[in-house]
Design a protein around this ligand. Structure first.
Ligand SMILES: Cc1ncc(COP(=O)(O)O)c(C=O)c1O
Length: 362
């Protein structure tokens, strides 16, 4: 029986050819023209003035907070349902994370549950799985309260709110390029911003805080978070097919919607497929036990799946931030499951997954 993984990267001959050509070209492998080209392709797609490529989405988040000058004594609002990197970045800059709950229909931060104090300096909005809430209200809320808005759009490259791309609503937006993202470079992250000063700070921070490119004088304490051109050539080939990738994600989700429409106990979130190419096909089961049994059943049937992230307030190191205080995320996350979502999925494979769910759940 052919195994259907929950996700795998979609790579073609084009990436292999580009990598081989690059290796023969005499390039130095590290960040240079190809990385610049990848940044240009992403920023022109999403409509951001500037971009900077770094080694991961996590590092991008960390640098975003650093560039905004956040650190000890500051509080940063984080949604209780997100990947662990969102909150870790806050801790790594020395600031204090404050959790907020999420909206049940988008799984994105619910502004009504945000607790502010005089130390709150920023809010990280996570358009989880490419969905979003009322972005105008989010921007307005941050403006009203004097907060920086960082958008952790790691899962949302190619997703929009209206005709504006997610990742471009805040002071800084962040994308990730790990193997399960819509475009991958193995590892990789990008910061985007319209702010000339912020991008200058980010570029210095990621390159040893040189006074000028290639200079060995430094006017601050920087890191080495530079990218590599060898990876960038892979990303460039994928960005050439971003329109198809976005479209295919939408088609895959629509096929699941159709295939699961009669399946008892499977709930799918409202999803506007005009705007949103869901990164993963996400479903909610009636309870955690049903979900966990389904994972085992699908595995027996040769189908990979992955439970949603636990809410942050359940994580051993973050429980003190208020386990039990976030009813929506704490109720929904344990019921959530990601189904096979690779770009390379065939319609027959999707049908096989839907049939397996129907067999188990009726
Ligand atoms: C919402 C979110 N933020 C941050 C990250 C971290 O990105 P990376 O794995 O590139 O460090 C991820 C990765 O999946 C993510 O989903």
């Amino acid at each position: 029986m052919e195994f259907i993984p929950q996700v795998e990267p979609y790579l073609t001959e084009a990436e292999a050819r580009a990598a081989a050509e690059y290796l023969r070209s005499g390039g130095w492998l590290t960040e240079f023209r190809q990385t610049e080209r990848l940044v240009e392709m992403v920023t022109s797609l999403v409509g951001a003035r500037h971009g900077a490529m770094v080694t991961s989405g996590t590092v991008a988040l960390y640098l975003a907070l650093k560039a905004l000058g956040l650190g000890p004594g500051d509080e940063v609002v984080v949604p209780n349902y997100t990947m662990i990197a969102t909150i870790n970045a806050v801790v790594w800059v020395g600031a204090r994370p404050v959790l907020a709950d999420v909206e049940p229909d988008t799984l994105c931060l619910d502004l009504e549950t945000v607790r502010l104090c005089r130390h709150t300096r920023a809010l990280i909005y996570v358009p989880i799985n490419g969905r979003h809430g009322d972005m105008a209200r989010v921007v307005e809320f941050c403006r009203e309260h004097g907060l920086y808005l960082v958008e952790d759009a790691a899962q949302a490259l190619g997703a929009r709110a209206g005709d504006k791309y997610l990742g471009t609503f805040g002071d800084i937006g962040v994308y990730s390029f790990t193997p399960h993202k819509i475009v991958t470079t193995g590892q990789g992250g990008m910061l985007v911003t319209d702010d000339d000063e912020l991008i200058g700070r980010i570029r210095k921070l990621k390159d040893f805080h040189r006074t000028a490119p290639a200079s060995d004088w430094h006017d601050g304490v920087g890191f080495n978070f530079k990218f590599t051109d060898l990876q960038a050539v892979v990303g460039i080939e994928q960005m050439k097919t971003i329109a198809w990738r976005v479209q295919r994600k939408k088609e895959i989700y629509a096929r699941y919607q159709q295939g699961l429409s009669g399946c008892k106990g499977v709930e799918m979130l409202p999803t506007d497929l005009e705007e949103c190419p869901p990164w993963f096909v996400d479903v909610l089961l009636p309870d955690q036990a049903t979900r966990d049994e389904l994972v085992a059943f699908l595995k027996e049937r040769g189908i990979g799946s992955r439970p949603f992230y636990p809410p942050l307030s359940f994580q051993p190191m973050y429980q003190e931030l208020g386990r039990g205080s976030f009813p929506v995320s704490e109720e929904l996350a344990p019921r959530g499951l990601w189904l096979p979502s690779s770009l390379g999925l065939s319609d027959e494979q999707i049908q096989r997954v839907c049939q397996a769910l129907a067999e188990r759940l009726g």
